[in-house]
Write a protein that binds this ligand. Sequence first.
Ligand SMILES: Cc1cc2nc3c(=O)[nH]c(=O)nc-3n(C[C@H](O)[C@H](O)[C@H](O)COP(=O)(O)OP(=O)(O)OC[C@H]3O[C@@H](n4cnc5c(N)ncnc54)[C@H](O)[C@@H]3O)c2cc1C
Length: 411
Amino acid sequence: MCRFSALLSRPLRGSLITEVVRPARAISSCIDPSIGLSEDQKDFQKVAFDFAAREMAPHMAEWDEKEVFPVETMRKAAQLGFGGIYVRPEVGGSGLTRLDTSVIFEALSTGCTSTTAYISIHNMCVWMIDSFGNEEQRYRFCPSLCSMEKFASYCLTEPGSGSDAASLLTTAKRQGESYVLNGSKAFISGGGDTDVYVVMCRTGGSGAKGISCIVVEKGTPGLSFGKKEKKVGWNSQPTRAVIFEDCVVPVANRIGSEGQGFRIAMKGLNGGRINIASCSLGAAHASVLLARDHISVRKQFGEPLSNNQYLQFKLAEMATRLVASRLMVRTAAQALQEERSDAVALCSMAKLFATDECFEICNQALQMHGGYGYLKDYAVQQFLRDIRVHQILEGTNEVMRMIVARNLLQD
Ligand SMILES: Cc1cc2nc3c(=O)[nH]c(=O)nc-3n(C[C@H](O)[C@H](O)[C@H](O)COP(=O)(O)OP(=O)(O)OC[C@H]3O[C@@H](n4cnc5c(N)ncnc54)[C@H](O)[C@@H]3O)c2cc1C
């Protein structure tokens, strides 16, 4: 039985009202993210919103400013089943669907987008091990990752291979029952602070078919990390290079067979794209509410800004873009769950559309705050900074266009 079943049978505690997640007025009906969900989905959405309001929102500015990786908060999130949301229950996961997962990440993201985005990457890594690992690997790695006793990182990008990920150069040479890894990964989320590195590396010839997926554990001799990167946003999670120098890893840590690594990495990213788009939805949702409340109380020219029809129209456009984005993301999540043939393209479309639109929503929300929106005392600027990178990672939005076009032209 998944942990949510136990959770849902308990009465939920009342949520703490915070400025970011629960503004003065209730969530407006037309952008209410619970519309159309099942009763179970509404219940765990409420759990996620409450967690975001109580455990994350009060700290998000401090985590950003002091660059805190909130390990204990994430472990509390894992107690609610958020460490392995779409991982199978027998290895500690919650066994929920892709749509359920999207609903949860959207809600959590209203409390801290950067932290939620890391949790989403962690979930993707655990799912890859659960889905493509053998029984021994699933039971060895997944339980401590689902509980977030341990944390995971996804290692694909290299200094010389970003969008062209299949050209990666990190090698894993087989020597008896071990692989010897050499090379380096760039921009790794959680890098240096996490325990389990899911590494795409070359065991064969050039191209995608020469790539395998190998788990490297922190503490393995030959594994080291670059300096912590200084970033525009996503400051509650570290980003570092991950370096392998004659790093010896048992063959038993290879996930799937030799040559399957690129396929495993891309399968992980299909869900990852839904998840990261969901994080953008949460940031945009929170930003719409913040803008609405700001223009309702801020007076200029002798009346509230909300009386101005230009700003009313802007608010309506933001709400429309938000709901359109959510529909795209939830449709793609459903397609992925059903393993439909259009799922890969729909996940790419949803990621492209939602991350672009939600960034525009946050930018407009900041504009509606006037000068105050540019101050760090106001949460809207952090949502903007945190979601900018969603247009770049898990495949840039240009790569998303390539995937969609390829799908259209292959017929
Ligand atoms: C904060 C942060 C965290 C990250 N976390 C991770 C992580 O955990 N794991 C991981 O593996 N990676 C991670 N990444 C890396 C990320 O996935 C890459 O930055 C991304 O894939 C783009 O690669 P690149 O930076 O090398 O850009 P490039 O590939 O050099 O692209 C530069 C620009 O050119 C465009 N471009 C490239 N090729 C084409 C083309 N054929 N047609 C049109 N436009 C093109 C790109 O879209 C982009 O706009 C992270 C990045 C950041 C910034």
